[in-house]
Design a protein around this ligand. Structure first.
Ligand code: PAF
Length: 281
């Protein structure tokens, strides 16, 4: 596995492979890789000839109160995982290489970005959209894979790829969960043992919501109430949002019918957890 730090080296590698007619798969990450990333890497390995994983803790998607310096950076573990999964290139750019002096372009996807996660993290999605656009420009992948756990992020990336004609196929893969249902996330490591036990309440609230929908619940507010009551059973959990929305536009639903996305964020102590579930009625 090559470890490349300079964007120019990755671009040159990619250009060479493209000329040979090979397909390039790409899994962008911020490191601290877990089984969720592993499943994306495996899926990419199966569908592409060559595979790039980027590890870059992107400063522009962190808010002023979110601690960029404390973000986990277990690079030896991450490289070992990539190597074991047959990654060809591990791209590890520096912040200066990604954002050299004078760079000023910001990519925004306003309608998708302003809701849900965007309310508590106002600049987050501009940071994500900008870095993903830049990474796509450097790696020039045919296919890029993202996890469904970050549903809003995946929706935003699909939109920006279509809007900017980036020519990258976006492959969104199902969330990988712990045995008790908790969605895998780099943030789970911050949970104390008690908080870790309590954290499954978000997934349980989606299951309660799904059951209510399957049992014929008539109104959106009834289902949302059932989900909120479930989360309230854990006194340490605070709801940021729990909603039924349209899977394509992410707009709140007014009727319980068709394809429904249950979307939620809760805080347990200082850890924010997000998750979602797609259902059809
Ligand atoms: O999902 C992530 O890890 C990040 O938001 C991403 C897509 C790698 C951009 O920094």
């Amino acid at each position: 596995m090559k470890i490349l730090r300079a964007p120019q080296s990755v671009a040159a590698w990619s250009e060479r492979l493209r000329k040979e007619g090979l397909t390039i798969g790409f899994v962008p990450t911020m490191g601290a890789l877990h089984d969720g990333h592993r499943s994306l890497i495996r899926a990419a390995r199966l569908r592409c000839d060559a595979l790039v994983v980027s590890i870059f803790v992107n400063p522009t998607q962190f808010g002023p109160t979110e601690d960029l310096t404390k973000y986990p950076r277990p690079i030896t573990h991450d490289r070992a995982l990539c190597r074991a999964e047959g990654v060809d290139v591990c791209f590890e750019p520096t912040p200066d290489a990604m954002y050299p002096e004078g760079c000023q372009t910001i990519v925004t996807v306003p309608e998708i970005a302003h809701r849900w996660e965007g309310k508590t993290r106002p600049h987050h999605f501009a940071g994500v959209a900008t870095v993903v656009t830049k990474l796509f420009g450097i790696v020039r992948p045919h296919v890029a894979l993202f996890g469904q756990k970050d549903y809003q992020q995946a929706a935003l990336i699909k939109r920006l790829v279509a809007d900017l004609n980036l020519g990258v196929t976006i492959d969104v893969r199902p969330t990988i969960r712990e045995k008790d249902g908790l969605a895998m996330s780099s943030r789970n490591r911050y949970l104390s043992p008690d908080d870790r036990r309590a954290a499954t309440i978000l997934y349980q609230s989606f299951q309660a919501g799904r059951q209510a929908i399957e049992a014929g619940a008539k109104s959106v507010s009834t289902v949302e109430c059932i989900m909120a009551k479930m989360v309230a059973q854990e006194s340490t959990a605070h709801i940021e949002y729990l909603a039924l929305c349209d899977p394509a536009s992410l707009e709140p639903l007014t009727q319980v019918k068709g394809r429904i996305l249950l979307l939620g964020a809760i805080r347990i102590g200082s850890v924010r957890l997000i998750d979602n579930m797609l259902i059809t009625r």
